[in-house]
Ligand binder design. Structure first.
Ligand SMILES: Nc1ncnc2c1ncn2[C@@H]1O[C@H](COP(=O)(O)OP(=O)(O)O)[C@@H](O)[C@H]1O
Ligand SMILES: [Mg+2]
Length: 501
């Protein structure tokens, strides 16, 4: 608030400009003040014996107030007529505008190459806030060695700081084990001769919010779904209606027998019940006389898990309890041995994910990531896709974000012919991913990628030039090109090249 005075006070100081004087007097006083200031500065310089640093700079061409006169365009003298245009024209006039970004809430990923800012991402923070962001799932595609797993691991590692938990139901290369261990989590290794066992028929502890009877029917439903998937994978075909009934009856027998022995049911119990034709007929009641015949194929299918190449791994009480408080849990299937048709891996993955998913149903379990690394190996198995899709549909309400890593988008097309069930399931999974991150694609893959993702010609052109760690992020229809930054500790922890050096 300026001090108002009506009288002019005499003062000895040239630095003081009293009120109530006219313009000419003010100018004279200002000049005197400038001279006094210059004298004082010179005196200070001689006292210290040094020139001030500013003295070495030449005099400014213009005073600090800027270029004098109307050419300065200051004040209200420069007025241009208003110009209106459509946004389409404006984007042509200002072609170098970059996306504003997704906000600052989230996990640091790296640098947004167009906006030159940091890029953060958190599906839970965006869910419900960004238009078109209808689910927290993420699809990550790119050729080998571009840093897909490194990005997934960074997301996992950095999410732990936010209190999110991370589950890896299938790690076919065993590369997540060091990450899980470094974060204080658990990695369960399964394979012939290894001590790890998982019983996929384990019932998860009942969440407090679910009534006892409701939970019992949920557990039964999950077990049936699992048995159906396993049988379908081994048989390579859909089940007949009667076979569904057989599985249901056999599961009932196995659960009753196990309860009598006070232990959880095992796949061996189900296989045993399936092989016992008369027992099934008896338990089947009205349908007696037919079930034993229908069970024959199923009994052979189940035998593979109990006596075949997966013997022991999934047919014994679990050696690890599911720890809902562990920050990371991964299931290492690298020592399973690469079967020619991946069937062993798929069966193991089905059992392992069933075991894990049963425990993920707690709606108060907090925010969780389920990461399917190398998921392209699973694409050709509709039974597994069906399980994945069921789990994805559930996941939104449970606070679970799924991350699926594949090589090419055409991996989704290998799930079946156009119009087939496998293809529809794979395309459904893609539709269920609001976020798609595309790393470098081979040139011949660009048309498939562009049509599946609806990329513009500029976006699909950019895909073939992406370098390691750099990807096109499509987040609910918005595009970003992001360079993922690795911390040196992450770099050494995630290094998958070491094996090839
Ligand atoms: N953003 C990055 N910056 C530097 N190096 C990276 C980056 N992303 C990945 N790498 C390195 O590249 C190698 C291959 O990465 P990886 O994630 O295994 O590839 P992919 O899973 O796509 O086959 C790893 O050794 C990793 O350390
Ligand atoms: Mg990888």
């Amino acid at each position: 608030m300026p001090h108002r005075r009506t009288t002019t006070n005499a003062t000895a100081s040239a630095l003081f400009t009293p009120h109530g004087i006219n313009r000419a007097q003010r100018r004279t006083l200002r000049k005197q003040a400038a001279r006094a200031e210059a004298r004082a500065r010179a005196a200070a310089d001689t006292a210290t014996g040094q020139d001030s640093a500013e003295a070495v700079f030449p005099d400014a061409v213009y005073p600090p107030a800027g270029r004098p006169g109307p050419a300065s365009a200051r004040g209200s003298r420069l007025t241009l007529p208003a110009h209106r245009m459509t946004t389409a024209v404006a984007s042509g006039a200002y072609p170098f505008l970059a996306e504003g970004g997704l906000g600052a809430d989230g996990i640091y990923i790296g640098r947004d190459l167009h906006a030159e800012g940091s890029f953060v991402f958190d599906p839970f923070a965006l869910y419900g806030k960004v238009d078109g962001f209808t689910n927290p799932n993420l699809l990550l595609a790119g050729v080998i060695g571009q840093g897909k797993s490194a990005l997934a691991k960074s997301l996992a590692l950095r999410s732990v700081a936010f209190g999110y938990r991370v589950y890896i139901p299938c790690d076919p290369k065993g590369e997540w084990t060091p990450v899980a261990q470094a974060l204080g989590g658990t990695a369960i290794a399964l394979g012939p001769g290894l001590p790890g066992r998982l019983n996929p028929l384990d019932a998860a502890p009942r969440p407090h919010s679910v009534a006892e009877a409701e939970w019992e029917s949920e557990v039964r439903k999950r077990r049936l779904l699992l048995l159906g998937s396993l049988a379908r994978t081994v048989l390579g075909r859909d089940l007949l209606p009667m076979e569904h009934t057989v599985l249901d009856v056999a599961l009932g027998i196995a659960v009753a027998q196990a309860a009598a022995r006070a232990r959880p049911p095992l796949l061996g119990d189900v296989a045993h019940a399936l092989a016992d034709g008369p027992g099934l007929d008896l338990a089947g009641g009205l349908l007696a006389g037919r079930l034993g015949d229908a069970a024959r194929d199923l009994a052979h299918a189940m035998r593979r898990l109990v006596h075949g190449d997966l013997a022991g791994m999934f047919d014994a009480p679990s050696t690890s309890m599911f720890d809902p408080y562990a920050p990371v849990l991964s299931i290492d299937l690298s020592r399973l041995g690469a079967g020619a048709d991946d069937t062993a891996l798929v069966l193991a993955m089905t059992c392992a994910s069933a075991w894990m998913e049963a425990a993920l149903t707690d709606p108060y379990g907090g925010r969780r990531w389920v990461i399917y690394d190398e998921a392209w190996r699973l694409m050709r198995h509709p039974a597994l896709l069906m399980r994945m899709q069921a789990q994805w549909k559930l996941s939104r309400g449970l606070g679970i974000a799924n991350l699926m890593v594949i090589h090419r988008l055409s991996d989704l097309l290998t799930a079946g012919d156009a119009g087939s069930q496998g293809r529809a399931l794979a395309e459904g999974l893609l539709a269920d991913c609001s976020t798609r991150v595309i790393y470098r694609q081979e040139t011949d893959q660009l048309p498939a990628a562009a049509s599946l993702l609806g990329l513009t010609s500029v976006e699909s052109g950019a895909l073939s030039h992406l370098t390691r760690g750099r990807g096109l992020w499509k987040v609910a229809g918005r595009s970003f090109v992001v360079q993922h930054h690795l911390h040196p500790h992450e770099q050494s922890l995630f290094d998958t090249d070491a094996r090839f050096r």
